[in-house]
Design a protein. Structure first.
Length: 333
């Protein structure tokens, strides 16, 4: 049997398919509904932010929260702002204009250790009150330093069993000596200081991956460790300081030759490490944990909707405290 190609037959089939396609489109079009965009769920809130530090001025950052849309911002309000110490009025500021733009209120008052602080913001229609925060000093730690190539620095904290708080660390290593040009073999600087940050590559057990955006910069402090994890309210932290026999180290110069970095030689005369211990209140700890989980967007934490820790009654934000201690450990004098 022999098949013969028929142009007329092909034309009829194409017309039938085209008409069928049009009918299907018309039928389906009746099922399509326009997507209705719901109104923004933005609710105006006042945001307070105050981190108190011993012997430092008490400052309050205050603004309205922000929503997803550009016009999601706080209407201008007038507020009286009060600072209390141990439930006694310490300072009051009258008639401050509060908008969606952040404003810094300086109370010109130094925070004191073992004192309780609270901030209250009074509007015509409502009051916003922070929870009380207490600044506690760091109890003097025990410092131990072992010698040798695998030198370790042991930092032992004894904590107050009646107070919930947490600890963070920042450690830098300092190398001071004579800096030589490794290619020209000449002295570049006879008293050069090279600073090396202590990070997770030095000690994997201490987590430096924690990133915080609340001050629009990345901090180098470790992930906070709650004192609830302490055994008997005492905990030791180990830092490897790498104390090799040779006092010669290589310092990157930032220039390249034949695709390879040129390194300058530093012959150390002095070597030491500086460890900063930051004791933070439990409120601060709770905020940092939730911020890390939420991965706050756009460099600010209290966008709407928000799922971060807040201890501000009637608003959003944080009232917390911290204290810092700095210790120096000499490796080579």
């Amino acid at each position: 049997m022999k098949w013969v190609f028929c142009p007329l037959y092909l034309t009829l089939v194409m017309k039938f398919l085209f008409k069928s396609y049009i009918i299907i489109l018309i039928t389906l079009s009746s099922c399509i509904k326009e997507l209705e965009i719901e109104n923004s769920t933005y609710k105006q809130k006042v945001v307070l932010w105050a981190v108190l530090d011993i012997d430092s001025n008490i400052n309050l950052k205050i603004s309205g929260n922000k929503g997803i849309n550009l016009n999601d911002t706080l209407d201008e309000k007038i507020a009286d702002i009060s600072l209390f110490e141990d439930n006694v009025l310490l300072k009051k500021i009258w008639g401050e204009k509060i908008t969606g733009t952040m404003k810094i209120i300086n109370f010109n008052v130094l925070a004191k250790a073992n004192k309780n602080y609270m901030i209250e913001v009074n509007f015509a229609d409502k009051n916003i009150i922070s929870q009380i925060t207490t600044i506690n000093k760091i109890i003097k730690p025990e410092l131990e330093f072992s010698k040798g190539e695998g030198a370790q620095f042991k930092y032992t904290i004894t904590d107050d069993p009646l107070i919930k708080d947490a600890y963070r660390f920042d450690l830098k290593k300092y190398y001071i000596g004579v800096l030589y040009d490794s290619m020209l073999n000449k002295v570049i600087d006879s008293n050069y200081t090279f600073i090396k940050k202590y990070d997770k590559f030095d000690e994997p057990s201490i987590n430096y991956n924690f990133i915080s955006f609340y001050e629009n910069n990345i901090q180098h402090y470790t992930f906070p460790v709650s004192d609830q994890l302490f055994s008997g309210k005492s905990k030791s932290f180990l830092f490897l300081l790498s104390n090799p026999i040779s006092n010669t180290i290589f310092v990157p110069s930032g220039t390249y030759a034949n695709g390879q970095p040129i390194r300058n030689v530093l012959v150390c005369k002095k070597r030491y490490a500086v460890v900063k211990c930051l004791k933070i209140s439990n409120e601060y700890y709770q905020f940092l944990i939730t911020e890390n989980k939420n991965n706050a967007i756009l460099g600010t934490s209290y966008y709407n909707p928000v799922n971060l820790y807040s201890n501000i009654n009637g608003g959003l934000g944080l009232m917390c405290s911290q204290s810092q201690r700095t210790d120096t450990v000499w490796v080579l004098k």
